[in-house]
Write a protein that binds this ligand. Structure first.
Ligand code: HEC
Ligand code: HEC
Length: 237
């Protein structure tokens, strides 16, 4: 009977904020209860150098790094929720912005952004998910990315062009690479895995991004509105 009651109480908490519970029991020891740091670095920052995007964050949590042990005991779903919780620790305070977010949503739709980005389950493609972009990027960064995306590339981001010995060339974002193989995701979201020895050529398009620069196409009010829309996207991915 007593176990039953405990089970219900725990399930209740877990449904509310599973990521927080996992963080407090397994990460806070080194990173502090609210991510202020300790044996491990502070995590209450909008930008984490070793976890530039959510995929990198999840990999880091699972595999560990240096003095940080890998959380092999966590189920992939738990890794997703603790990663989402880590992002909330560094959520930026809301800024007051000149634009109109509702109009910005229409600019977003008309510029084809959803062809490469997901927001709240809508959209597709190989750009980063933007559901919570307003919590991890400030307005200046968002504005700069829209105008000149090549100037704000995250660490580790690499666009490549691979030409297999037989078959069509593939352009895409590097997902993984080791000495012998490379995995690439193309604009259609398809994964390719190549043995480097079987490639005719492999070009690293360093400093390039498939995201078009909207400088010259978007300015003034449209740009303010678009930035206001993105800054307001603070959901849980
Ligand atoms: C035993 C101590 C320890 C535990 C437990 C631990 N970490 Fe860490 N963590 C570290 C250390 C040390 C580093 C720095 C690693 C390095 O860069 O060599 C780190 C780095 C990180 C980073 C990268 C920070 C940055 O600046 O980019 C993140 C994110 C992170 N940890 C999240 C977590 C999460 C989430 C958990 C729980 C699932 C966790 N850690 C558990 C010690 C720990
Ligand atoms: C052809 C695909 C493509 C299109 C179209 C596109 N993007 Fe991107 N976007 C990307 C890729 C790939 C990245 C990651 C590399 C980079 O930062 O350039 C990115 C990065 C971003 C980032 C940074 C996200 C982060 O977490 O740092 C923002 C913000 C963004 N895009 C907004 C937009 C908006 C707004 C539009 C429409 C005006 C748009 N994108 C159109 C592919 C695209």
């Amino acid at each position: 009977m007593r176990f039953w009651v405990i089970g219900v109480v725990m399930a209740g908490c877990a449904l509310g904020q599973p990521g927080r519970l996992i963080f407090e029991s397994q990460c806070a020891l080194c990173h502090g209860q609210t991510g202020g740091g300790g044996r491990g670095p502070a995590l209450n920052r909008p930008k984490l150098d070793r976890a530039p995007d959510d995929e990198a964050l999840r990999t880091l949590i699972t595999d560990g790094r240096g003095d940080m042990p890998g959380a092999w005991q966590l189920h992939p779903d738990e890794v997703v929720s603790v990663a989402a919780y880590v992002r909330t620790l560094g959520a930026l305070p809301q800024e007051t912005l000149p634009g109109d977010a509702a109009r910005g949503a229409r600019v977003y739709a008309s510029k084809g952004c959803a062809g490469c980005h997901m927001v709240n389950g809508q959209g597709e493609g190989f750009g980063p998910e933007l559901t919570a972009v307003g919590a991890r990027r400030n307005a200046a960064f968002l504005r700069q990315t829209i105008l000149k995306p090549a100037t704000t590339l995250p660490e580790g981001f690499l666009y490549v062009s691979a030409v297999p010995a037989s078959g069509a060339a593939v352009r895409g974002i590097r997902v993984n690479e080791d000495s012998f193989t490379i995995q690439v995701r193309n604009a259609g979201g398809r994964y390719f895995s190549f043995r480097k020895s079987q490639l005719k050529s492999l070009d690293r398009l360093t400093g390039q991004t498939p995201m078009p620069a909207f400088e010259g196409q978007t300015g003034g009010v449209d740009l303010d509105d678009l930035v206001a829309y993105l800054a307001g996207l603070r959901g849980t991915p």
